[in-house]
Design a protein around this ligand. Structure first.
Ligand SMILES: Nc1ncnc2c1ncn2[C@@H]1O[C@H](COP(=O)(O)OP(=O)(O)OP(=O)(O)O)[C@@H](O)[C@H]1O
Ligand SMILES: [Mg+2]
Length: 312
């Protein structure tokens, strides 16, 4: 028998979940070693939340199997739930309870005795100590997220599932939130999170790209970028917006992106097609045109890999 502590945090094969006719998650294969921060990335409706809820044992799969912290996903769902923390996308706090009381409520829920010291630690960790007697409903959005995170950590879970933890949080609080997550990782926890932000995904040890219920690529952020087919160029010209429209008559939105003061072009075929695009711009009077090749971002890679038809 495999000892729970020796197993990966997650080991899932062919996990599938349907809602009516629609497969929200299709054949999900995933292994997450202990101590890793894994990020599930994908657009709205990709199946991220459904995948997380399957992994937490909250939703039953229609097909597939897996082990979470060494426990069988279906047969031992109860044991899994006691060892994980889950911050849902639409988490709820008790608005008419204080910060302290909210944490106490979750401590009771998990049967944690003598939680006072852990609570102090978590309040320090999340910098909520000065607000401990404030009602949750009177906290800012970012503080509510931090409190929700604290409630998921009160029972010292081994594995933490965070569904879009930083959506709607301002950039300063987002930075602070990431520092807290680094602290959580240093305590030895494993984190599986979802995010729609590719700049955030860069901070994960490994990421998985999801679309239409399928995980169509996973690896370190560098590996995903290296898998990008084609090359990326920044193009400058005096009037980027009309130049963008001119290029879009010939190429798709996965090839041409308009930024404030420049265009970003990515072409599978590289230089020869770039030259065609530059000639078109010069020919239609959008010059003088400047260009330079740039390293692909995760966003470039995601868009190009989607365009490849990988997720079919
Ligand atoms: N309880 C449900 N009943 C019916 N359909 C559902 C249910 N939950 C999810 N779906 C559908 O499954 C698909 C995947 O949804 P899911 O919420 O997992 O996506 P997501 O990647 O988390 O999206 P978002 O970024 O918007 O949170 C969607 O088409 C959604 O409408
Ligand atoms: Mg979601």
């Amino acid at each position: 028998m495999i000892l729970a502590a020796d197993s990966p945090a997650l080991e899932i094969r062919a996990l599938t979940r349907r809602f009516g006719e629609r497969e929200a998650v299709s054949g999900l294969d995933l292994v997450v070693p202990r101590g890793e921060m894994f990020g599930l990335v994908g657009p709205d409706g990709a199946g991220k939340s459904t995948a997380i809820r399957l992994l937490c044992g909250i939703l039953k799969p229609d097909a597939g199997e897996g082990r979470v912290l060494g426990f069988d996903l279906v047969r031992d769902a109860g044991r899994i739930k006691s060892r994980i923390g889950y911050l849902s996308q639409n988490f709820t706090l008790y608005g008419d309870l204080t910060v302290d009381e909210n944490i106490e409520f979750f401590a009771d829920l998990h049967g944690v005795r003598g939680f006072a010291e852990r609570r102090n630690e978590l309040l320090e960790f999340t910098r909520l100590t000065p607000f401990r007697r404030r009602l949750a409903q009177a906290l800012s959005g970012g503080m509510k997220k931090k409190l929700a995170l604290a409630t998921t950590l009160i029972h010292r879970p081994d594995l933490l599932f965070l569904d879009e933890p930083s959506t709607g949080v301002d950039p300063v609080s987002r930075g602070e939130f990431w520092n807290i997550l680094s602290g959580v990782l240093n305590e030895g926890m494993t984190i599986v999170m979802t995010t729609p932000y590719l700049d955030e995904a860069e901070r994960c040890g490994r990421i998985g790209l999801m679309h239409n219920g399928r995980l169509f690529m996973s690896g370190t952020p560098d590996e995903v970028k290296a898998a990008m087919p084609g090359r990326v160029y920044e193009v400058t010209c005096p009037a980027p917006a009309p130049a963008y429209r001119a290029l879009r008559r010939r190429w798709s939105s996965s090839n041409v992106v308009l930024y404030g003061d420049h265009l970003r072009l990515s072409f599978r075929e590289g230089e020869p097609v770039l030259r065609e695009a530059l000639a078109l711009l010069e020919g239609e009077g959008y010059g003088p045109v400047g260009h330079r090749e740039v390293a692909p971002s995760l966003e470039d890679a995601f868009v190009a890999l989607l365009g490849e038809g990988n997720p079919s």
